[in-house]
Design a protein around this ligand. Structure first.
Ligand SMILES: *Cc1c(COP(=O)(O)O)cnc(C)c1O
Length: 355
């Protein structure tokens, strides 16, 4: 039993969206479910969320709430490119692999992938690529860049790297978007301010994720370039993403941002991943891969360990990124007991295999 929660240890490490919602967020929905409130974002709470995010980012920001990360990314990008534009992104980015073409659908633009190690796009390659065939009527034209922080493999861009991409954007008049589905996990790991990780490094627009880190379904498009706001307002409605009872998205986001819940949740998720990484390190048949910078951990496990864990009911992705490569993702709801329970199983298999 789990001392804090009085439940058996959780077995799921497949992703952070298998967790539910923080009690504070769920309670906020109940609290705001009675009485009347203005529709379509004209309510008090929606205004409060905009003020809170402006405070967090240390400047006035425009905020548009949407229920999914795919909507946040695609709508944001569609306001940052003409249909003949190029959106530069990493080959492993969510916008390239996991959004069913929504960024292309909403923008009409072309995704161009720029490779680089650990799911981070390489700034030199970006610079070269974004200068090719500029003004050539036969070719789609440079429009914007999208990076993911934390990345899809849980790695981080440091502030210099975010800034260097910002310089390329500025020099070549490109829009700069950040997919922050795991923004909080990256932020607490780098130990910088939200402003430093975004607009101070040149970012124009951010998909600020909350769903994976404690909300039920709420993401904020945060605009540091207010010129994008009026078009995005129309695009959000036209795509069917303007909720009439917006208070329910705002209630989630407001609770998420209150009393540092978003930061506490991210620390919990990151700590769990680090605990898992250090527990796995040095075990026979286990090879932890790379640094565990946020809440995603990759490792190589002997097939016997993978099979034994699956048999015991643990959930995780494996053999997608290469033979015997396993991905563990922790969340705001992962406790140290959950991690220790997984580690206990791994150690048991290792000791029987190597007895
Ligand atoms: C989960 C995720 C999203 C959002 O996905 P939705 O399923 O549309 O909410 C966006 N970007 C990244 C990197 C993600 O991991």
């Amino acid at each position: 039993m789990n001392a804090e929660t009085n439940r058996p240890p959780a077995l799921g490490f497949a992703s952070d969206n298998i967790a539910g919602a923080s009690p504070e967020v769920a309670q906020a929905l109940v609290n705001h479910s009675t009485g009347q409130a203005g529709a379509y974002g004209s309510d008090e709470l929606s205004l409060q969320v905009k003020l809170k995010l402006s405070e967090i980012f240390e400047r006035d920001v425009e905020v548009l709430l949407v229920p999914t990360g795919t909507a946040a990314n695609s709508l944001c990008l569609s306001a940052m490119t003409p249909p003949w534009g190029n959106i530069y992104c990493h080959p492993s980015s969510h916008i390239n692999n996991d959004e069913c073409g929504a960024p292309e659908f909403f923008s009409g633009a072309k995704l161009i992938t720029i490779d680089g190690p650990s799911a981070r796009l390489d700034v030199e390659r970006l610079r070269d690529r974004s200068r090719e065939k500029v003004g050539d009527v036969h070719t789609t034209q440079p429009a914007c860049v999208s990076i993911t922080q934390a990345t899809e493999v849980g790695s981080l861009y440091n502030l210099d790297e975010i800034g260097a991409i910002g310089e390329v954007c500025k020099a070549n008049a490109l829009g700069y978007h950040m997919d922050g589905s795991r923004f909080a996990n990256a932020l607490v790991s780098l130990g910088c301010t939200p402003a430093q990780m975004t607009w101070k490094a040149g970012v124009d627009a951010l998909s600020f994720g909350a769903t994976k880190n404690g909300a039920l379904a709420a993401e904020a498009i945060v605009l540091f370039n207010p010129a994008l706001a009026s078009e995005l307002n129309i695009r959000r409605k036209r795509s069917g993403h303007l909720l009439s009872k917006m208070r329910f998205l705002s209630a989630q986001m407001d609770a998420y941002l209150s009393d540092d819940l978003w930061l506490r949740n991210a620390r919990q998720a990151n700590d769990a991943a680090r605990r898992l990484a250090s527990g796995l390190a040095g075990l026979k048949g286990v090879e932890v891969q790379g640094e565990t910078e946020a809440n995603i951990l990759f490792c190589k496990l002997d097939s016997a360990i993978i099979q034994a864990l699956l048999k015991a009911g643990f959930g995780f992705y494996h053999d997608r990124w290469g033979a015997n490569i396993v991905r563990f993702v922790t969340s705001f709801a992962t406790t140290s007991e959950d991690v220790d329970h997984l580690l206990k199983h791994v150690r048991q298999v290792v000791s029987t295999l190597h007895a």
